[in-house]
Design a protein around this ligand. Sequence first.
Ligand SMILES: *Cc1c(COP(=O)(O)O)cnc(C)c1O
Length: 474
Amino acid sequence: MKYQSTRGNAPVQTFTQILLGGLASDGGLYVPEAYPRFSSDDLAAMRGMNYRELAFAVLSRLVDDIPADDLRALIERTYTPDVYRYVGRGENPADITPLKTLEPGLHVLALSNGPTLAFKDMAMQLLGNLFEYVLGRTGGELNILGATSGDTGSAAEYAMRGKRGIRVFMLSPEHGMTRFQQAQMYALQDANIHNLVIRGVFDQCQDIVKAVSNDLDFKAKHHIGAVNSINWVRVAAQSVYYFKAYFAATRSNDEEVSFSVPSGNFGNVCAGHIARQMGLPICKLIVATNENDVLDEFFRTGVYRPRPETKHTSSPSMDISKASNFERFVFDLAGRDAAKIRSLWAAIESGGSFDLRADGLFDKVAGFGMVSGSSGHADRIDTIRRVHQTWGVMIDPHTADGLKVGLEHREAGVPLVCMETAQPAKFEDAIREALGVEPLRPAELAELEARPQKKHVMDADVEAVKRYIVEHAR
Ligand SMILES: *Cc1c(COP(=O)(O)O)cnc(C)c1O
């Protein structure tokens, strides 16, 4: 399996070549030259597999340059009940992503049992092990630079802590993350983890990362890399749990399942799209947004119109104004026409929008099973309350966005799986507002906020960040 750019003007690469890279050199995103396809015999054989076996069955079709035994060992080491240990009472830790049934035909897929209590651990832990493996083969080193408003940064740090040849420089805004999220990152004492707390807001952190990454000499000299959501491996690893959930929610491969996915950068739901392209019998992929509804607008109207401003909401991990993985989906929607993608994204990159109604492309969306909806703060609070009252289950505000929109699209006879993207413990304010109680949290993390913190507070200054990296990246 080789990988090509969605914009058609970058070299074709192998899996490990795109592992450490970000965008393709032509500004596009890497996608497989063709999706592997599971036959009905394959799917029948996969039905009885555990998480690790499924991960190998799926990922070995997407990886061409890691020996099978090595890939298997990496997967075995990643997807263990020890890593994904914060399962709820009564759930089986061996499932890795247990399916919680609210009522017949309505389920929540628990994806946030990893070290940072958000679904990003599902892919990031594998990425950490793959990075270490590949760097070990080449003797190289990698300095990961990123900006976070919460979940991505902590997932990256927990995945990379203590890894040979890897350092993490993670920029976070002084205000805007919950106390729990801050403590999760800043309490890490590992020598290879650097928390740079910027006196400013998230957008300034992101601008600094862009400025440093655009300095190509600096980037090459100091082996700067990224783990952002356009990373193909993250999307590929996430497709595995769609298979796991499908088999858990059905009795036969003649059935179809719909998934509702709380969405921001379109990474999670893109993984569902890929699972569908690989032959998984998915009925609908329900794209759920919050007030930042650029994706909902597209799936309702055919117009993709990134916003100049991001709204700050009570489901902050979905606060995005443009969806960086969306280009992968539109590439398939447009029949894999790279010239079309180049022209559409030329409009986006000059601050504009595009409309797929005129050339008939929007009519094809239905064939890909994509539908959407959005929700606001009052909907989230109401959904958290309703789910708790009706089924006795506590959900976080992002999962609530997914459930609210998922239920609007629920069809009789089609099981609906709602993705749980974070545990309520991370978002205590919303839980307190909805339920008047503190969220449950794993006993191990009871004293998290009281642990000593290691962080470096600095001004929003590109040169100061570069100096810090130079001093600590040796
Ligand atoms: C990252 C995140 C999302 C959005 O996922 P995308 O892959 O960016 O669409 C939703 N919920 C939570 C809790 C997240 O951390």
